[in-house]
Design a protein around this ligand. Structure first.
Ligand code: NAP
Length: 521
């Protein structure tokens, strides 16, 4: 038990499936504190009716009257309303960020380290609120919200502050002096699946670099971002450095990516929207960073423990209801191990209950929205139509879960590597099992994708583990239950994106290197 408890104190990311399983087991047997926030909105009531934006250090009315309803995916009920911001609202935020930029970009590294420390401290003070809000708006199971969603947001602020202490903004070379300047006003557009992780890595890097920002969070999960605005206010972030404008992607997101006074757009989301953002930004040659989707492989080696491998594969699709960009959704299994692997999957699936996110025993909650539920259902039907064998799950809702956007944990085998369900990102709890005959073939199948965000390798032999890990062309490979490292770069190859986040690589994205020649000493 001790190693498991130690792991709990250093929770890595959602991206390490076995960790999640261990965490669940510990919580399941009731050894640790559990958040019991219920449907009671309590202190968050005001926020759930807040139709203002946070611009230039204060909450301001929108210049328009339109609003967007926010739906609790577990109850299908409206939990609140946000402003559907206008382009005028965005303009105000851009002007505030531009005005704040000259002085903020000239703050010292030490001042920004202290600011990040204060932000992290204030973030920690709001722990219960973050857990309550994310569990309700995303339908993320309460234990997962606490140990992963909440924790990841905090880790980015803490780790970035640590890295900033030694970050070099200048470099004296023999023939030149290089200085890294803050890039300027940055537009941040974030998705719903990790409401604090995505925005905190971007915000921490921007603050570290001395850039000012406008954040547009996903319309489905805006409240965690609004809590972050309160955190920034409490931490004393200077006026105009951080601005939040709520609204639809088609209006506010689109306006951010085409705004002439925005110097950098940092986007996390789908490839389709990423393409639009790049097209818009190209008009003014605005720099973009894109963190997009994935279809990540899990290579299970022939010496792997079958139960461990099956657990790893199920956790990959069950965590966060499969709504994880780095989820391993293609299990590549040696043909000789196939039957045993499928039996292990069937045996272990009941240990991953789908249900109410407020229940501490729930491992998998609902999809974030009806739209996402329909998408997942369509893919499951496509899998059935393609002739793949359904091992578990299927279309429809799990028994007893008629209300809420719940899907069944679904496992297909006999999947061909070029089937739609083996090629396209589903973003739901659906696993495709594909067999291989030797390691070279496994690596070839792993790389037979337009994506390259993550990969997983499960096995024992150090040589084959290393060959497989180095052979996968993707930005983040996890060997067995390797832990997340918040100082290491995060991002993808191919259509998984452009650029890197987290740690020093993340800070670099918000900087422009300048070479000065002939500078007198
Ligand atoms: P999405 O539909 O692309 O939306 C992401 C963000 O973009 C939201 O804030 C959305 O606003 C906004 N948006 C929508 N249309 C826009 C437009 N025309 N111009 C500018 N912004 C626009 O993605 P999602 O469904 O929220 O998230 C799921 C996707 O994100 C998956 O593909 C997943 O793999 C990817 N993802 C990648 C990473 C990574 O780090 N690589 C991490 C997490 C998720 P609205 O909410 O108002 O529509």
């Amino acid at each position: 038990m001790l190693p498991l408890m130690i792991t709990l104190f250093y929770p890595p990311a959602c991206y390490t499936p076995l960790f999640l399983y261990k965490m669940f087991i510990i919580i399941h047997i009731g050894n640790i504190y559990l958040c019991t926030q219920s449907q009671d909105k309590g202190a968050c009531n005001d926020m759930y009716n807040n139709v203002k934006h946070f611009i230039n250090g204060e909450w301001v009315e929108s210049t328009g009257n339109e609003t967007i309803d926010v739906i609790n995916p577990a109850t299908e009920e409206k939990m609140g309303t946000i402003s559907a911001g206008t382009e005028e609202d965005l303009d105000k935020a851009v002007q505030a960020a531009r005005k704040a930029f000259p002085s903020f970009s000239n703050t010292t590294r030490e001042e920004r380290v202290k600011l990040l420390d204060r932000i992290a401290d204030e973030y920690e003070k709001r722990k219960d609120d973050f857990i309550k809000v994310i569990t309700q708006e995303l339908g993320s199971p309460v234990t997962f919200t606490e140990k992963t969603q909440y924790e990841m947001g905090l880790r980015h602020f803490r780790e970035t502050a640590k890295i900033l202490r030694d970050f070099e903004f200048t470099e004296q070379r023999e023939g030149s002096f290089i200085q890294k300047d803050a890039i300027g006003v940055s537009g941040l557009i974030t998705p719903w699946n990790f409401p604090t992780n995505q925005l905190s890595t971007k915000l921490a890097s921007a603050i570290a670099a001395g850039s000012t920002v406008i954040l547009k969070p996903a319309s489905q999960t805006p409240y965690a971002a609004m809590l972050v605005a309160e955190v920034f206010e409490a931490a004393g972030v200077p006026k105009g450095v951080f601005n939040l404008v709520n609204g639809s992607g088609s209006k506010i997101g689109n306006a951010i990516s085409s705004h002439p006074d925005i110097d950098f757009v940092s986007f996390t989301g789908s490839g389709g929207v990423g393409t639009k953002i790049m097209e818009n930004a190209a008009q003014d040659i605005t720099k973009v960073s894109l963190e997009l989707g994935g279809k990540s492989p899990i290579i299970i080696l022939d010496d792997a423990d079958v139960k461990y491998a099956a657990r790893n594969a199920i956790t990959n699709i069950a965590a966060n209801t499969g709504q994880v960009c780095t989820a391993g959704t293609r299990a590549l299994v040696p043909a000789s191990m196939h039957d045993e692997f499928i039996e292990a999957i069937k045996e272990l699936l009941p240990e991953f209950p789908v249900g109410d996110p407020q229940d501490k025993n729930t491992f998998t909650g609902p999809q974030v929205s009806e739209e996402q539920w329909n998408t997942v259902q369509d893919y499951i039907q496509k899998g059935i139509d393609s002739g793949a064998t359904l091992v578990a799950g299927g279309t429809g809702k799990p028994d007893g879960l008629e209300t809420g956007f719940y899907s069944k944990l679904t496992v297909f085998t006999d999947v061909n590597r070029d089937d739609t369900i083996a090629q396209e990102e589903i973003f739901g709890p659906v696993l495709s099992v594909i067999t291989y005959n030797d390691l070279d073939e496994a690596i070839e199948i792993a790389n037979d994708t337009i994506y390259g965000l993550a990969g997983y390798v499960v096995g024992e032999n150090p040589e084959t583990l290393t060959k497989a890990a180095k052979g996968i062309r993707a930005g983040r490979i996890t060997v067995n239950d390797g832990k997340a490292d918040f100082s290491a770069p995060f991002g993808g190859f191919g259509q998984s994106g452009i650029g890197r986040e987290w740690g020093d690589y993340g800070i670099e994205e918000f900087l422009e290197p300048k070479t000065i020649l002939g500078l007198p000493n």
